[in-house]
Design a binder for this molecule. Sequence first.
Ligand SMILES: Nc1ncnc2c1ncn2[C@@H]1O[C@H](COP(=O)(O)OP(=O)(O)OP(=O)(O)O)[C@@H](O)[C@H]1O
Length: 537
Amino acid sequence: MLDSNTEAKQSEKVKSELIPNVLKYLDSSDMEDTENVIARTKLTDLLIHEDDEALQNWRAKEISRRKEVEEQLAREKQDVLEMKNQRDKIICELQMVRDQSSALKNQLFESKCTATELEEKFLSAVDLLISFKERRDKLRIEHANAVRKVEVLAKIGEADTTSSYVVEFPAFSFMEINEATHDFDQSWKIGEGRYGSVYKGLLRNMLVAIKMLPSYGCQSLLEFQHQVEVLSRVRHPNLLTLIGSCAESKSLVYEYLNNGSLASHLACKDKTPLPWQIRISIATNICSALIFLHSSDPCIIHGNLKPSKVLLDANFVAKLGDLGITSLVQHSVDSTDTSPVLCNNSHENLAYVDPEYLDTGKLRPESDVYSFGIILLQLLTGRPLSGLVRDMRCALEKENIKTVLDLSAGEWPLYQTTQLAYLALRCCEKTWLNRPDLVSEVWSVLKPFRTICIDRRQELTSKKHQRAPSHFVCPIVQEVMEDPYIAADGFTYEEEAIRGWLDSGHDTSPMTNLTLEHTDLVPNYALHNAIREWQQQ
Ligand SMILES: Nc1ncnc2c1ncn2[C@@H]1O[C@H](COP(=O)(O)OP(=O)(O)OP(=O)(O)O)[C@@H](O)[C@H]1O
């Protein structure tokens, strides 16, 4: 038992130590305000009434309450700790997911790249397939064409291609050549090309053209004779006929075509312009000759096709000249010169040469097709070579072909002419593969024109063949004169012929053989007009 003194001391201690602490606790406690107030009130009451027992009870309650709170706090702390752990775990998992996501993204990107690559490969494979298909189709067409060529050739058929055809091939002596050309008189000279001069001549009662090849080189007479004989066997109505040769003077003797070359008709403004029907007929003739040459076995390529090689006979039938000439001359020229078509060729002549041949040096049948295209454009337009393809392309694009057609040729049938113009442009394609096939494409467009053209040709030639008054004919060249000139002997001659006669050193009259008093020439205008009038009737 405590004595009353000790109790008083304890009570005093409670008041002085515990109560301030309890009040402090109430201040800091997160107890509801009402609870707090009630607790304070109770405490104050207790202090006022100094009820120690009640204070002790209250204290015990508070201690147990505090314990509960602390336990509650410990549990909550535990919960927070668990939540923290859970959160860390989730963060960790999130990080892993993030890592996986970026790896997947990389994979996706790589897959996309591979897909694009594969797509590109697929597209190029499709392109390749298409080009293979096109090539296959082209080969099929070529094959079909080759088969058709044989049939068409049989129909074109004026050609006599049978190898059994025996040609008597005369060999002329130099004396005969000399005599035929009047000692190589300048007035008998028709022209001069890269491979020598061409003379007109009367040989064994035939009017002929004699081509004098260069005499240098190592080809033996026998070799020359043999090669010329091989060439003479290539015969077609649209190829200039090689009649014979003279190995001694390396001369080739051809049939003489009195309407001159296509080049002279295209260039000479004085001449009556060729009607469109004749122009198309000329294109048909060239095409026919090329089909024949290309389908020969082995294939023959002209390789030097241009208007001066297209000669016109009295009926305006076109014939290709100079076939195989390069093979005869190649033996003679310098061995380093591998391109006879190109050597000494003028800028103008190069316009007819296949650009792919210029690049690669490889001559193909399509090289002739290119030259044919340029000639066809010239026939249609009568224009000079420069800008020819461009102007035609432009006119066709504007659907106004009339602006480029040579209207002096008459009333062109516009639909068919346009078709021809398109074909001509395709012939002039830079790549040989894009050029049209002569048989299936070019010939089939030209063929329907044939009857109209032949009728017109007959009309024209029958007019021309009306017998000309004898005084319209030049005594030297035996043709109707274009530029008649009077000489000192009182006779009228073709200007070019009489000048050639005089320039070659003659001082005598070609008619009387008497010495001329002078060499002056006077134009015969009256006769010139009379001839023109007669020609225009
Ligand atoms: N058989 C012939 N009948 C009429 N004229 C001809 C005959 N052969 C050639 N000619 C003409 O003779 C001229 C000279 O022809 P040639 O073939 O020698 O040269 P080119 O074609 O003018 O040029 P190059 O041979 O240098 O390319 C040309 O104007 C041509 O028209």
